[in-house]
Each structure stands twice: as structure tokens, then as C-alpha cells.
Design a protein around this ligand. Sequence first.
Ligand code: RTP
Ligand code: MG
Length: 140
Amino acid sequence: MTIERSLVLVKPDGYARGLSGEVLRRIEAKGYTLVALAVTSPTREQLAAHYAEHEGKPFYEPLLEFMSSGPVTAAVIEGQGCIPGFRSLAGATNPTEAAPGSIRGDLGRDWGEKVQKNIVHGSDSPESAAREIAIWFPNL
Ligand code: RTP
Ligand code: MG
């Protein structure tokens, strides 16, 4: 059986608010393992590859601008079911709607900006995880 891996990002809003440790704490408290960890300032090329599925959508340019606005904490996590498991820890995309108890529900809010600043990213499928891990951790 292959153990599942997911790519997690603490986005620039979460990094700037000093929430990297809190996000990593919740991942470890859940029982997932950290297998790679880095603070990095992504290039436009990296972000375009990461968000290729959203190219052409109205929030695409604001999203790339936001994701370029400061460092991010990138992690690869591991554990049975960690892809849906971390999505569940993260909560709904819109922090206003995200359930209390989730990262976005507990720590996020609407800041009245063009793009939803929602603290974290998590891979949404095994295929996305493999693709995204190769973008952020090419040596893994
Ligand atoms: P993520 O990929 O970051 O884990 O979030 P997600 O799956 O919950 O959301 P997705 O639909 O993949 O969108 C990617 C990111 O784009 C921003 N977004 N803003 N209407 C908006 O303002 C809007 N829609 C999406 C969010 O930062 C979202 O996480
Ligand atoms: Mg997504």
C-alpha cells in the first residue's frame, strides 16, 4: 500500500500573521508526519504551474499577485488519508463559511479583498499532490 502524501502551503497571509507554527501544530496533532518543510518565495513560473487549473478565471491574476506578495511555508505531509484529511482540517475555501474547528474557520475571515485570503492550500487529489510536490520540492 502506498502511503499518501499531500502538499500543504501556508500562504503569504498565514505566513505574515505568524500562523505557520499553528498550522504545522494542527497537522502533527492530527497524526500526520512532516516529510519536507521550507520557507520560500515562489516565482511567478512556480505559481502559474501550481494554479494552472485556474488560468482564465476572474480570480487568477489577483491570486498569483497575492501568492507572490511574500514568503510561504511549504510542507509535504504524509499519512493514510492525509489528502482529504488535510482538506478537512483546512475547512471551506471561503473563511467566512468555514466551520469553526477548521484552520480557516478558526483563524480566517473576510478582509474585503479581491481574492480570498484563506491561510492554507492543500492538494485535492493524489494526482494534484504528485504534480504539486514536484513543483515545490523537485528533489523529493
Ligand atoms: P486551495 O487550492 O488553495 O487549497 O483552495 P481551494 O481548493 O479551497 O480553492 P480553489 O477553488 O482551488 O481556489 C484556489 C484559491 O484561489 C483563491 N480564490 N479566490 N472568488 C475568489 O475570490 C476566490 N476563489 C478562489 C483562494 O485563495 C483559493 O484557496
Ligand atoms: Mg484548490
